[in-house]
Design a protein around this ligand. Structure first.
Ligand SMILES: *[C@@H]1O[C@H](CO)[C@@H](O)[C@H](O)[C@H]1NC(C)=O
Ligand SMILES: *[C@@H]1O[C@H](CO)[C@@H](O)[C@H](O)[C@H]1NC(C)=O
Ligand SMILES: *[C@@H]1O[C@H](CO)[C@@H](O)[C@H](O)[C@H]1NC(C)=O
Ligand SMILES: *[C@@H]1O[C@H](CO)[C@@H](O)[C@H](O)[C@H]1NC(C)=O
Ligand SMILES: *[C@@H]1O[C@H](CO)[C@@H](O)[C@H](O)[C@H]1NC(C)=O
Ligand SMILES: *[C@@H]1O[C@H](CO)[C@@H](O)[C@H](O)[C@H]1NC(C)=O
Ligand SMILES: *[C@@H]1O[C@H](CO)[C@@H](O)[C@H](O)[C@H]1NC(C)=O
Ligand SMILES: *[C@@H]1O[C@H](CO)[C@@H](O)[C@H](O)[C@H]1NC(C)=O
Length: 674
């Protein structure tokens, strides 16, 4: 009798057992085989599940690997109970974010979900969609997604399908089943226990939290009446999601987790819970790094200050220059420092000359050991405009020009760097032939004349622009090692006069070389250069300066040659030091050409091209044309022809030399003995 009773009991028991299928798991710490990890989630060696680190905009998920059958052929969703311990370690005490959530979802993962307030579960477009079938409980450390509902940063909410809470409350627990509550800091860096229980019959969700030291409070913190049957699907994945945001972040850990379908979740062994690494340690590492960095910065700063001191020192003592922006554009620009070194600091012993424009120093460039002559000019304002001009002069290249290698501006000084020419200037060789000085033979003199002519021709006609020298004179002609002549200082007169361009009456040039029309108009031309070249020819032939102070009066060279001409023999004017060893035809040519070039009327002067033709013997000077060959008659004839050219007009201009308005530069040239 009892047996069938027993079987019925057994049957009922079995039916009950089957109808409320139990399923459970619990982990005191985790290993790789326990969960599916997605996103930033890792399992730490200690066994702690780390959903996110403290980087910004990070999302991490972890799911129980297999889905859970939530309905078991019943129209009602099964009851479940879960208990877990989490720990949220913020970046800094007040800057944690954004929290974590326990989730039930139809698939393991939330693709395209957003971080921050969306907790890595939904995004703006699929938030609160009924098609989501998501149940979640959020443990939020930041003001909620919907500011009105989740006002407290430290709160818990029960949500369906998104981040809007059906019910939410500040995180706390009820003390000893009273209404008094104690706050629980979710993001306080300490472990927090959480219980979520769903009653499938009464269709209620209870949520409770407490610190690790407090056992499960008797009174629930938060509940929501929900029929999960309307929300969930048959197979649900259970897990966690956490996210950090753009401005706030925390490390989110799960230390232990227990879950049971149709029953109470197993307790966890708190003594076996994994511990989270002390992230203050890494932040103390950061502190160490910061300390190192600051030490390094201090060192760097000291170094910088030292460097600045050195630079300042060198600028004051070494006179380093500061480049203005426009100066960078010019390739011929030298650094002042280099020129300073090259000339041993513009030492007096390195001075090789001083003229109207300034002093000239010999120097050796430190970079390549090339010898240069550095001309130091005290210049006027408007340097910037000069730069282009000097730069263009720097591109002039000719065998018979002293090539301008480059320039440099330093404060009010303009420094011009030229090729170094070893044998000095022509005037010193012509007039100051002391012992040891080289004496110029006629052949050499004639060569020099031709060389200068070709240099001038290049300036006047052969270069891309017409360059007027403006200061052709013997002291501007340098003689190199092979006794070749090089014309220097081309274009410089204009450069130095630049500041006074408005006062065109301020003639620049050197007394004795200034053409009469230049005095009148103040306008330099190729013709005024030819005039000066003519004087130069006479100088070379006669071995005397353009103006010589003799017997209480100034003797003007041209006048003196014309005088000799009138006295009967132009050759009387020839330099006595030559001792009659010269080619007469050449001498006549040079004297004649000298007179014609220095003709008072500009239009009577030949061009440099014509001059070259005469000097090369390609054409005969018109005055020599069809001269009779008889000696004495020839001289008369020559004299007559010369005088017919109107050379005597020059007397008019020569008397006015004293009243010539000359610039400061030319007067100083005069003062220095020329
Ligand atoms: C991982 O955890 C499970 C259950 O906790 C255990 O059975 C398994 O041995 C663990 N595996 C490893 C590799 O520790
Ligand atoms: C944090 O996690 C993200 C995603 O896994 C990773 O790219 C980043 O390197 C981590 N940051 C640190 C500081 O470990
Ligand atoms: C489902 O729940 C309702 C009440 O919510 C209850 O009346 C019904 O019996 C339940 N069905 C099953 C199969 O448990
Ligand atoms: C939001 O998520 C859904 C579902 O994954 C996706 O289809 C959608 O493109 C996402 N929207 C945005 C703006 O990322
Ligand atoms: C979410 O959707 C439900 C219906 O699907 C609606 O009643 C509710 O107002 C929505 N909540 C928000 C915050 O939009
Ligand atoms: C709660 O009750 C227990 C025992 O009844 C007592 O020891 C404890 O002090 C109480 N806690 C508080 C906060 O009142
Ligand atoms: C939910 O909490 C209420 C009140 O504390 C309690 O009566 C009920 O049994 C709880 N339900 C579950 C499933 O824990
Ligand atoms: C880490 O530092 C914070 C304050 O910066 C402190 O509140 C916290 O207790 C520290 N955590 C540990 C594990 O030392």
């Amino acid at each position: 009798m009892a047996q069938p009773n027993f079987f019925i009991k057994l049957l009922i028991f079995c039916t009950l057992f089957i109808s409320s299928t139990s399923f459970d798991f619990h982990y005191n710490g985790f290993n790789e085989s326990n969960l599916d990890l997605i996103g930033s989630t890792i399992i730490q060696p200690s066994g702690a599940l780390k959903l996110t680190n403290r980087s910004h905009n990070v999302i991490g998920h972890a799911f129980y690997p297999t889905p859970i059958s939530m309905f078991n052929n019943s129209p009602n969703a099964s009851s479940f109970s879960t208990y877990f311990i989490f720990q949220i370690v913020p970046s800094s005490s007040n800057d944690g974010g954004y929290g974590l959530a326990f989730t039930l979802s139809p698939s393991p993962g939330f693709p395209n979900a957003a971080d921050g307030h969306y907790l890595g579960i939904v995004n703006q477009s699929n938030n609160n969609l009924t098609s989501n079938h998501i149940f979640l409980v959020e443990f939020d450390t930041v003001d909620g997604h919907n500011e009105e509902s989740d006002t407290d940063g430290n709160h818990i909410g029960i949500n369906i399908n998104g981040v809007d809470s059906l019910s939410s409350t500040p995180a706390s627990y009820h003390i000893n089943d009273t209404l008094r509550t104690e706050e629980v800091r979710l993001g306080g860096g300490l472990p927090v226990q959480a219980w979520i229980d769903y009653d499938g019959l009464n269709k209620v969700v209870n949520v409770t939290v407490s610190p690790l030291s407090v056992p499960k409070p008797i009174r629930r913190l938060l509940f929501a009446p929900i029929d999960l049957s309307q929300i969930l699907v048959e197979n649900m994945y259970v897990g966690f999601s956490a996210a950090t945001g753009i401005d706030k972040s925390s490390s989110h850990y799960i230390l232990g987790w227990s879950f049971r379908l149709n029953g109470i979740a197993n307790p966890l062994d708190l003594s076996q819970l994994p511990t989270v690494p002390d992230e203050n340690l890494s932040s103390s590492n950061d502190k160490l790094k910061k300390a190192l960095i600051s030490t390094f910065s201090v060192l760097l700063f000291i170094l910088l200050v030292a460097l600045l001191c050195i630079i300042y020192y060198r600028r004051v003592v070494m006179r380093f220059e500061v480049l203005e922006e426009w100066e960078m554009d010019y390739p011929h620009r030298f650094r002042y420092k280099d020129l300073y070194k090259a000339t041993k600091g513009f030492k007096e012993s390195e001075k090789i000359g001083a003229g109207g424009f300034g002093a000239v120093y010999k120097g050796v460039l430190p970079a390549n050991g090339v010898e240069v002559a550095v001309k130091k000019i005290i210049s006027k304002q408007g340097m910037r405009e000069f730069a282009a001009e000097i730069e263009s002069l720097g591109r002039l290249r000719h065998k018979h020009l002293v090539n301008l290698q480059g320039w440099c501006k330093y404060k009010n000084d303009l420094l011009l760097v030229y090729d170094y020419v070893s044998n000095g200037s022509l005037d010193s060789l012509l007039y100051k032939c002391k012992n040891g000085n080289i004496f110029l033979h006629w052949e050499q003199r004639f060569n020099i004349i031709k060389g200068i002519a070709s240099g001038l021709l290049y300036l006047h006609e052969e270069w891309e622009k017409v360059v007027i020298h403006r200061d052709v004179k013997s002291s501007n002609i340098l003689i190199d090692r092979d006794m070749n002549a090089k014309l220097g200082d081309f274009g410089l007169a204009r450069l130095c006069d630049h500041g006074n361009i408005a006062h065109t009456t301020n003639v620049v040039g050197t007394i004795g070389y200034i053409a009469p029309e230049l005095v009148r108009t103040g306008k330099a031309s190729t013709g005024t250069d030819v005039f000066a070249y003519g004087i130069l020819l006479l100088e070379v032939a006669c071995g005397r300066g353009p103006v010589v102070y003799e017997k209480d009066r100034n003797v003007i060279l041209v006048d003196w040659v014309v005088e000799c001409l009138k006295m009967g023999n132009i050759l009387d004017a020839v330099d006595e030091k030559l001792n009659s060893s010269y080619v007469v035809e050449e001498m006549e040519l040079v004297l004649g050409l000298g007179l014609i070039c220095s003709h008072p009327k500009a239009e009577a002067r030949p061009s440099m091209k014509q001059v070259m033709k005469y000097l090369n013997g390609d054409e005969l000077l018109p005055v020599f044309d069809e001269l009779s060959l008889a000696g004495s008659r020839r001289v008369d004839e020559l004299t007559a022809r010369f005088l017919a050219l109107g050379l005597e007009d020059s007397f008019v201009t020569t008397t006015s030399y004293k009243s010539v308005s000359v610039g400061a530069i030319s007067s100083s040239s005069f003062d220095s003995g020329r």
